[in-house]
Ligand binder design. Structure first.
Ligand code: CTP
Ligand code: CA
Length: 226
């Protein structure tokens, strides 16, 4: 009777996925953001669900329909995303940080639309919280998976991020390569793991990449159990 659940890799696990860009307000009509489409994160949420996990999808503003059966938490700013992730951190077994979180936000958010003025050429910025870094400090048994979109020295930067953020796996991609990165339906990624292993995957659809990542995640989870 229980045969159906036995081949699902993530049955009984809670997976939190962050996806999409964040938006950092300047005033009521303007914001700072980036080109993240959310496709990779939504594909991961769908695959985790398919593998039997309870899925929490914390998503910035994107134009795609969430996979059926996931708990969607919509956020805008990096600060909103931080709060939503922290709230669900302890009850999660795996956190996959696909989101392209803004690194800076305007220091002042104006209530009224800012009018242009001669000589006014600067917006003062301040750093946002690094969510993955904060999770790395707090983590107990959770698996932390980060992403690194780079344009050069991809694996080197990914290794540095893995260590700095105390992550278990970093999925690196070169967004300058045709077929990889923002907006596309395909991706070319390299998986960098804490044990030092580096796996280069060929060009694949984002759902195939998601399958592969979820497979790697479930193997690491098995390792934790043994
Ligand atoms: N990240 C995060 N919070 C931030 C910035 C990044 O959680 N404020 C996460 C991303 O979701 C991703 C990982 O950290 O999983 C790496 O993001 P990336 O932008 O590649 O790295 P940064 O550490 O921000 O470094 P830089 O942008 O300077 O390369
Ligand atoms: Ca960044």
């Amino acid at each position: 009777f229980f045969a159906a659940s036995s081949n699902k890799r993530l049955a009984g696990k809670t997976v939190l996925v962050t996806a999409g860009p964040t938006r950092e307000k300047i005033d009521p009509v303007r914001f700072i953001s980036n080109h993240s489409s959310g496709k990779m994160g939504y594909a991961l949420a769908a695959e985790a669900k398919k593998q039997g996990a309870n899925v929490i999808l914390v998503s910035g503003p994107v134009g795609i329909t969430p996979p059926v059966g996931v708990d969607l938490i919509k956020v805008e700013s990096a600060e909103d995303m931080f709060n939503a992730v922290i709230e669900n951190f302890e009850s999660s077994d795996v956190i996959i940080k696909t989101a392209a979180v803004a690194d800076y936000r305007p220091k002042y958010v104006y209530d009224q639309k800012v009018k242009k003025q001669d000589g006014d050429t600067m917006i003062e910025l301040e750093r946002t919280k690094d969510i993955l870094f904060e999770l790395g400090k707090r983590k107990k048994n959770q698996l932390l998976v980060g992403f690194a979109a780079e344009t050069n020295n991809v694996v080197d930067y990914a290794k540095k991020k893995l260590i700095k953020k105390n992550a278990d796996m970093i999925i690196a991609n070169n967004v300058k390569v045709e077929g990889a990165g923002f907006g596309t339906d395909t991706n070319i990624v390299t998986i960098v793991k804490k044990d030092g292993s580096i796996t280069e995957l060929p060009l694949m659809s984002k759902s195939e990449v998601a399958e592969k990542i979820i497979e790697e995640v479930s193997l690491l989870l098995k390792g934790l159990e043994n």
